[in-house]
Design a protein around this ligand. Structure first.
Ligand SMILES: Nc1ncnc2c1ncn2[C@@H]1O[C@H](COP(=O)(O)OP(=O)(O)O)[C@@H](O)[C@H]1O
Ligand SMILES: N[C@@H](CCOP(=O)(O)O)C(=O)O
Length: 292
């Protein structure tokens, strides 16, 4: 038996659609695997009633198949599904690392990213790896067709999750399929600024680089109260705020001294819009941990 704690993640960070991602210290899924002749799945924890236990529909089933192994896989969900916090990816990353250890497959964490991304293909239609990469590797990650670059960045964050559901598959449908030259220039400039900021652990540079004129406005329209919550977080000291992944969570970058005020401002503003929410006061964290 092997057990892995796999963290939630926040993908895109505004300017890095399907490319940027970071691991959160909290929350996380815990995935336990045991050898079995056929793959079976059980799920407990946050939102577990909405998660299929059929291996053909659960991200961990796709991961086991991609790795060519069978197992009983138990998932204890800490990351609510359809949250924009890489819930489906946390289970997939955890299963990949746990199965690799259980069967002594000898893959590196980087090699496991593509197997874990098969879980994302199952639920969102595309094997985007911008959640599974940071869940496996930790820190800030840049995923391209040519490989993965990882930075052990350190920043304070608030991830605010409203009581609403946005499916990643649906939110991918609203992303514009073409854009202007000016928008490309702006996005490239912001993405480069953000990446430099990550190498310097600089919340101002990272925050400045989180704006994007194309993907985020289309997704923000799916989140009740988005503009007001973002404005309140910025007023309270956040250096940047954007949609986390495909939403509905919002991710704010801030200084540690402002974290509490930013979290309170986001919660109060969602509340004023009639939306219940919870805020994780967290940091960029490490990748999945193998316990036994
Ligand atoms: N192990 C899993 N954990 C979470 N969601 C899963 C899992 N396996 C399948 N799903 C399905 O994936 C969808 C949630 O994934 P997604 O829309 O990408 O949201 P998130 O941003 O939380 O990852 C839900 O329909 C859920 O039932
Ligand atoms: N790049 C993906 C990220 C989806 O993240 P999730 O946490 O919402 O699953 C996208 O933007 O579609």
């Amino acid at each position: 038996m092997r057990t892995v704690r796999a963290p939630a993640t926040s993908a895109n960070l505004g300017s890095g659609y399907d490319v940027f991602g970071l691991a959160l210290e909290t929350p996380a899924d815990v995935v336990r695997v045991e050898r079995a002749e056929e793959t079976s799945i059980s799920v407990t924890g946050v939102g577990s009633t909405y998660i299929p236990e059929d291996p053909k529909s659960n991200t961990v089933g796709a991961v086991a198949e991609a790795l060519g192994v069978t197992a009983h896989i138990h998932i204890d969900k800490g990351v609510r599904p359809s949250s924009g916090l890489g819930s489906s990816a946390a289970s997939a990353a955890g299963a990949a690392l746990a199965l690799n250890a259980l069967y002594d497959l000898g893959h590196s964490r980087t090699e496991l990213v593509s197997a874990a991304a098969e879980g994302e293909a199952l639920v969102s239609g595309e094997a985007h790896a911008d959640n599974v990469a940071p869940s496996l590797l930790g820190g800030f990650t840049v995923v391209t067709d040519d490989g993965i670059t990882q930075v052990d960045a350190s920043l304070s964050l608030v991830a605010c999750l409203p009581e609403m559901v946005v499916s990643t598959r649906d939110a991918r449908e609203v992303v514009p399929s073409s854009t202007s030259r000016a928008a490309v220039t702006e996005t490239v400039g912001n993405a480069a600024t953000l990446a430099v900021g990550m190498t310097r652990n600089d919340p101002d540079l990272v925050g400045r680089g989180m704006d994007d004129p194309v993907v985020t406005p289309a997704r923000a329209a799916l989140i009740d109260g988005y503009d007001d919550v973002r404005a309140a977080a910025l007023d309270a000291g956040a250096t940047g705020v954007t949609v986390s992944g495909a939403g509905p969570s919002l991710l704010a970058v801030c200084r540690a001294s402002d974290q509490r005020a930013v979290a309170d401002a986001m919660l109060e503003t969602f509340d004023a819009a009639g939306v219940e929410s919870r805020a994780y006061q967290t940091r960029i964290g490490q990748g999945a941990t193998l316990y036994d």
